[in-house]
Design a protein around this ligand. Structure first.
Ligand code: LLP
Length: 416
């Protein structure tokens, strides 16, 4: 359920006509609905109302500080994977004590930064990382709270590029080695073992893999407790999928049922790291048609957004629905919707059915609120686009469109 709807024949974001924003801001731009983000967060939160839990919004899915501020206001924590993400969460007022730090390649300065701010825990992904955190905590005279990210070897049945919990993936510590590493961690001078963690992949459309993974975590927790290593936090990661097309992912309430079945009755705190399910359907990318072009075998609609603005279709062959911002009865056609970038991978949709469109017309690429802007680049020296947030009948620019000066800022000539 989201607040992008046609009122009359005009697509609105909440109460604001999308064309009104386009007239002021220009195109392309991302547009987020604050009420949709809040609604998705609350539905997820309510699914776990009966148990101790903490929702750590996965910052990588949408890291604009205005989005993070909404999270802070609702009491969310954060799942971060870099010092830059930590910086953003602090700017937005998310409490470091509600922040977990994941990722296979934490750098020393990032570990220091996280220890300094007092994050809730590091989700540690290797023995060498554990040793590094122990050493840095030692010379900072701190204790580092950790959980180990376990790789449960479960197939999440999603796109291979976004599967993370299988043996062949770089993530986590094999579940078979985790016990041994926990013992090592528990014996380290500056480490406090407080949790277990896993994250098996993204855009999962069935509950079973989550259930399987959490069951494996719980087996490990029991073995650890028998060994005198007590676990307070069970972090099950993110990954719940959304509807882009015809998928039917579990509702948060069904997802909760599966997770709680697997954890059984526990007074430990469950941690969740959702990203896409909160913001994915709360954002669109608005673009303008530049040209229609009829090839010998295909129709091309050339628009002013491109793979540098939204890379998901090119990178994962992902489907994003395309709608016209003004709805009318028109003949339909099948076309590729492509950008100006000089690569054949530059498409936003392929063989997409849409009404015949004309130059200057606005299109909305739906479900673009997660992994849209954060993955944008300046490829082909295209300034990154603006981001706008709407609530009710108001909207504000939450990130300026970049300028040509921005493109070269920080660059300098080599001095002979
Ligand atoms: N926790 C960890 C450790 C993660 O690596 C991720 C996502 C999440 C949580 C959040 O997962 P979500 O709830 O959003 O599925 N760029 C890709 C998705 C990459 C996901 C990376 N990790 C895409 O556009 O589909």
């Amino acid at each position: 359920m989201n607040y992008f709807n046609y009122q009359g024949n005009k697509l609105h974001c909440e109460e604001v006509p999308v064309e009104t924003i386009a007239a002021e801001v220009g195109t392309p731009f991302y547009l987020y609905s604050a009420s949709t983000i809040e609604r998705h967060y609350r539905v997820f939160e309510e699914a776990f109302a009966g148990v101790n839990h903490l929702i750590c919004f996965s910052v990588k899915s949408n890291s604009n500080i205005a989005v993070l501020k909404l999270m802070a206001t609702m009491g969310a924590g954060a799942d971060i994977v870099s010092g830059g993400e930590l910086y953003r969460t602090l700017k937005a007022g998310i409490k470091p004590g509600k922040t977990v730090f994941s990722g296979v390649g934490k750098k020393e300065d990032e570990i220091r930064f996280a220890l300094d701010t007092g994050i809730l825990m590091f989700n540690v992904e290797s023995f060498e990382e554990l040793e590094t955190i122990n050493r840095i905590a030692g010379y900072m005279n701190r204790r580092a709270p950790v959980s180990l990210r376990v790789n449960p070897d479960v197939d999440p049945r999603t796109h291979p590029y976004i599967s993370t919990g299988m043996e062949k993936n770089k993530f986590g510590i094999p579940v078979t080695e985790a016990f041994y590493l926990y013992r090592k961690a528990a014996g380290m001078d500056n480490i406090d073992v407080i949790g277990v963690d896993c994250h098996i992949g993204s855009q999962l459309t069935s509950s079973e893999p989550f259930g399987e993974a959490v069951a494996k975590l719980m087996e490990l927790v029991n073995v650890l407790e028998d060994d005198g290593i007590s676990i307070r936090y069970i972090d099950v990661g993110g990954g719940l999928g959304i509807v882009y097309d015809k998928e039917s992912p579990p509702l948060p309430s069904n997802y909760a049922e599966t997770i709680l079945d697997a954890t059984g009755n526990t007074d430990r705190t469950l941690i969740f790291e959702p990203g896409r399910v909160i913001v994915g359907n709360a954002g669109i990318l608005v673009t303008k048609v530049l040209y229609n072009k009829k090839g010998p075998t295909k129709n091309f609609v050339i628009v002013d957004a491109a793979m540098n603005d939204l890379i998901r279709p090119s990178l994962y062959d992902a489907y994003q629905e395309v709608r016209t911002v003004i709805r009318s009865d028109r003949e339909e056609m099948v076309a590729d919707i492509v950008g100006p970038i000089c690569e054949s991978t530059d498409f936003l949709a392929r063989d997409h059915m849409l009404p015949r469109v004309h130059s200057g017309e606005l299109l909305a690429i739906m479900s673009a609120g997660a992994y849209g802007f954060p993955m944008a680049s300046q490829y082909n020296s295209r300034p990154r686009c603006a981001e706008v947030m709407a609530r009710g009948d108001r909207y504000q620019i939450i990130r300026d469109r970049e300028t040509y000066e921005d493109l070269v800022s920080g660059e300098r000539f080599f001095k002979d």
